[in-house]
Design a protein around this ligand. Structure first.
Ligand SMILES: NC(=O)c1ccc[n+]([C@@H]2O[C@H](COP(=O)([O-])OP(=O)(O)OC[C@H]3O[C@@H](n4cnc5c(N)ncnc54)[C@H](OP(=O)(O)O)[C@@H]3O)[C@@H](O)[C@H]2O)c1
Length: 181
């Protein structure tokens, strides 16, 4: 079990941190892929102590930025031989926020919850293929039940700011759509 490696995005809090503790307790090498190293350092120290496992590494990534994801993946591939599990846990959901674009000009919810994880998965396929039992997991949500209504659809025409000033924006709706995507 000591040879197994799991990458968890947003592992500094909530479900991601709880998962990191569980994997570290079972002897996995855990990569905490987090955007804020300063606040995440405290979580890393706590996970190492709680799980009694020193193989808990903190690496920087902003899941809303393609540049940051590319940099993370390059560093990961240079440092680690393989990845057994990739968990896309980090997510953007800020109640009341206005329509925002990522550094790559993609609506921020979709950039963080969909396109970022998609790019990261693609860039990590080689280390994942080196595992004898690789897994790629997405933190979903029970809100996708709304999508069993056939009238519900993803608004693909407004993912790059096309109607950001003319259509009403509701972050919750974007979040639901991103989880379905
Ligand atoms: N909690 C629930 O009831 C619930 C229900 C359904 C689904 N989920 C899903 O479960 C997952 C975890 O939820 P949670 O409640 O544990 O959330 P949380 O405690 O708010 O944690 C979210 C994590 O995502 C990170 N994050 C956000 N944007 C990021 C970015 N651009 N780059 C890198 N990291 C980023 C946050 O980092 P910072 O600390 O730097 O902000 C934080 O570590 C999410 O995918 C969420 O949609 C949760």
């Amino acid at each position: 079990m000591h040879e197994r490696c799991v990458i968890i995005t947003g592992a500094n809090s909530g479900i991601g941190k709880a998962a990191a503790i569980q994997f570290a307790s079972k002897g996995y090498t855990v990569i905490m892929a987090c955007r804020n190293l300063e606040i995440s350092k405290t979580a890393q120290t706590e996970i190492i102590k709680t799980a009694n496992n020193r193989n808990v590494h903190l690496m920087e990534v902003d899941m809303s930025s393609f540049h940051s994801i590319r940099s993370f993946c390059t560093h990961f591939i240079n440092k680690f031989e393989k990845a057994d599990i990739l968990i896309h846990n980090a997510a953007y959901f800020n109640h009341g926020e206005k329509y925002q674009l990522s550094p790559d000009q993609i609506e921020l919810t979709f950039a963080t919850n969909v396109f970022g994880p998609f790019l990261m998965t693609a860039l990590l396929l080689d280390p994942l293929k080196k595992s004898d039992d690789a897994r790629i997991l997405f933190a979903g949500s029970n809100i996708i039940k709304h999508f069993f209504n056939e009238k519900t659809e993803i608004h693909f025409d407004n993912l790059q700011g096309e109607y950001k000033d003319s259509r009403s924006h509701w972050v919750y709706k974007m979040y639901c759509q991103s989880k379905m995507a």
